[in-house]
Design a protein around this ligand. Structure first.
Ligand code: ZN
Length: 213
């Protein structure tokens, strides 16, 4: 059993996910919590559900996805895992934040770099990793084959795709990765996106204007 809980945080309306199992262990993906109210919303959920966070993962290191890294690692003393190509963005996030008027406490350094040869384990459950640069150089997605869902970050959105005009973005690389990796997944796979509503691979194959045809 896996439960996926969504929070929408910070001025960028970023989706933070908490993935938990029946043993009440959880992994926090992309903690975008910024204000103290948002931090409380996340920690109250974890407390109310009696969850034990074991791991923090960033699907990529754009500022809206890492704003709460310092809060989460400080509160729960859990390791941070990212793809190594995300490290420059993680380190630069506080400076980027200033250009948006966002004051950010720097993230701690990652404890481990993930790539496609790794798996993420939560109890009896395994998540497969896809390395899908294009929106950002260090974008990774997490796939549960058994439960048919993908935590996708800012790669694929409901009838849209991640922007590619930020440093390290590459439009053609993003389209190729979506077609060659995500569109190979079962059509029923639910995609939990980094912004906006969830979608399915089937829906995006049919209706995504960047990818049909
Ligand atoms: Zn992003």
């Amino acid at each position: 059993m896996l439960n996926v809980k969504l929070f929408v945080f910070n001025p960028f309306q970023e989706n933070t996910f908490v993935l938990s199992n029946e043993n009440k262990e959880c992994i926090i993906f992309d903690p975008g919590c910024y204000s103290s109210e948002e931090q409380n919303e996340l920690s109250e959920y974890i407390e109310t559900e009696k969850l034990q966070p074991i791991l923090l993962i960033n699907t990529h290191c754009h500022i809206d996805h890492v704003l709460g890294n310092n809060f989460v690692t400080g509160k729960y003393s859990i390791p941070l895992w990212i793809h190594k190509e995300g490290l420059p963005l993680l380190q630069a996030a506080p400076v980027y934040g200033q250009t948006y008027g966002v004051q950010m406490i720097p993230s701690p350094p990652p404890d481990k770099f993930l790539d496609e040869s790794d798996e993420v384990i939560l109890g009896n459950e395994k998540l497969q990793i896809f390395f899908v640069p294009g929106h950002s150089p260090g974008s990774i997605c997490f796939y549960s084959k058994e439960h048919k869902f993908l935590i996708g970050g800012d790669v694929l959105f409901y009838e849209s795709i991640g922007r590619t005009d930020l440093p390290g973005g590459n439009h053609n690389q993003l389209l190729t990765n979506i077609k060659e990796k995500l569109f190979k997944l079962d059509d029923d796979t639910v995609v939990y996106c980094g912004h906006g509503p969830e979608t399915t691979i089937r829906h995006e194959k049919k209706h995504n204007p960047f990818l049909v045809g």
